[in-house]
Design a protein around this ligand. Sequence first.
Ligand SMILES: [Zn+2]
Length: 193
Amino acid sequence: MYPSNHPRSCTNSIPFSQLLRARRICSDDQDFAKVSKQIISFFEQRQYPQRVLSNALKRIQGIDRASALAPKTDHTPTRRIPLVLSFHPSVTPIVRAIYRNVETLRHDPSTRDHFPDPPITAFRIEKNISKHLVRASQPQAVVPDTPGTFPCNRGRCNTCPVVSYDKNLSIVGPNNNRFNVHQHFTCTSANDV
Ligand SMILES: [Zn+2]
């Protein structure tokens, strides 16, 4: 939805990027004309303003399929320093104020050498629903007192993948002596040797 809580530049760019995608896929101009109408009516239903949609249409009409498919060639690294922020609608006036002041500094003879380029605003990706959900299948809990060695099942543990899962409850020591394991060990067990 257009009024959703996202940076305006982000929502405003979606209709054009969808039209560009259709432009790349459709080899027939009539197909593209049909599909672009569908795309526009989809965004109208999602409360996108006519101004944004007609700008996107105007932009895509100046691009033919061959140039839409051509890989981007401009890879000039930017020297602009990223201004990384968490997005909130109230952040926009702050960003505008920062840009205004940087512009002053960029044009002042005593500071312009220190500010050759304006900063570039970057918004962090907010936590979405997938960050809050857990998998339906969890590793089976091991009864804490079962003798043997077990993975600790902490996320990102480097030892778990090499833990021997077989239920061989003895280890071979010097002179081929076998020692039975009577206790419960995981990657996190300390003072074992
Ligand atoms: Zn582990």
